[in-house]
Design a protein around this ligand. Structure first.
Ligand code: B16
Ligand code: MG
Length: 219
C-alpha cells in the first residue's frame, strides 16, 4: 500500500486569511459597507468568486453588479491580495509544517496541494517549499469546489495514490467534508480551536505529529 499526503494551503501550510480579509474589506468598504473578521471566517476554503458573492449578499448588493463588474472586483481584490503577499517568506510557514514535509519526502511519501487558491504555486514558491510537492491541483479545472470531493480525488490521482490510502490536512469545515466524501482520512487543524465536524483526527498544529504517527493512527 502506497500512502500520500494531501494538503490544503491557507490555514494549514500558511495563514493567508488575514491578507484575504484586508483585501476583501477594501472591496467591501469601497462598495459602502464593512465586513468583520468574524464574517471572514465564512470565506475560508471558498473560491474567490464564491467569496465575492457571499460578501455582496452580506452587503445586500448581490443584484447590483453585472457578471463583468464582479470579475473586475475580484481581479482588483486579487491584485491587492498578491501585493500583500509580497513579504511572504519561509518564516511564515506554520509551526511544524516544514519538518513534516521534509520527513515525508525522506520517507518517499508523495505530497500534493489541494487548495481553492489560484495563487498556490506562487505562495509555495515564496515560502521556498515548492520542491517538496509532487503536484498542485489547479482549482480552475474543477467543476465543483469543496465540500465536493473532486479536488481531493484529483490530488490523490495526481500522486498515484488511492483515496483510501491517502491522508488529507484541512482547516475548514468544507475541506473536512470534502475529504470525508472522497474517502480520504481527514486531519483537522484547529489553530483557533474551531470545531471541525467529522475529522478523523484533530490537531492544533503540525508540531504535535510526525508522518509516522499519522500513518499509524490511520491504520
Ligand atoms: P485565491 P485554501 C482558499 O485557500 C482560502 O481559504 C479562501 O479564503 C480563498 O478565497 C480561496 O483559497 C481562493 O484563493 O483568491 O488566492 O484564488 O484554504 O483552499 O488553501
Ligand atoms: Mg484552508
Amino acid at each position: 500500500m502506497k500512502s500520500g499526503f494531501l494538503f490544503d494551503l491557507d490555514g494549514v501550510i500558511v495563514d493567508t486569511a488575514k491578507y484575504h480579509y484586508i483585501a476583501w474589506r477594501y472591496i467591501a468598504n469601497k462598495a459602502g459597507f464593512d465586513i468583520s473578521e468574524e464574517f471572514n471566517e465564512n470565506l475560508k476554503g471558498i473560491s474567490r468568486m464564491e467569496s465575492l458573492e457571499k460578501i455582496l449578499e452580506y452587503g445586500r448588493q448581490s443584484d447590483m453588479y453585472s457578471h463583468e463588474e464582479k470579475r473586475l472586483l475580484s481581479d482588483e481584490k486579487n491584485d491587492y491580495y498578491v501585493k500583500l503577499l509580497g513579504e511572504l517568506s519561509e518564516k511564515d510557514i506554520l509551526p511544524g509544517v516544514h519538518d513534516f514535509i521534509v520527513r515525508a519526502n525522506m520517507l518517499n511519501i508523495p505530497c500534493s496541494v489541494a487548495s481553492a487558491s489560484r495563487n498556490a504555486p506562487f505562495i509555495l514558491k515564496k515560502l521556498n517549499i515548492d520542491n517538496y510537492f509532487k503536484s498542485i491541483v489547479d482549482p480552475a479545472l474543477l467543476s465543483k469546489g469543496k465540500p465536493d470531493p473532486e479536488i481531493f480525488l484529483k490530488a490523490a490521482l495526481s500522486v498515484n495514490v488511492l483515496p483510501q490510502d491517502a491522508i488529507g490536512f484541512e482547516d475548514a469545515q468544507s475541506g473536512i467534508t470534502a475529504l470525508n466524501r472522497a474517502g480520504v482520512f481527514s486531519v483537522g487543524i484547529t489553530g483557533d480551536h474551531a470545531l471541525l465536524r467529522g475529522a478523523d483526527l484533530i490537531i492544533s498544529s503540525f508540531e504535535e505529529i510526525t508522518p509516522e504517527y499519522v500513518l499509524k493512527i490511520k491504520q
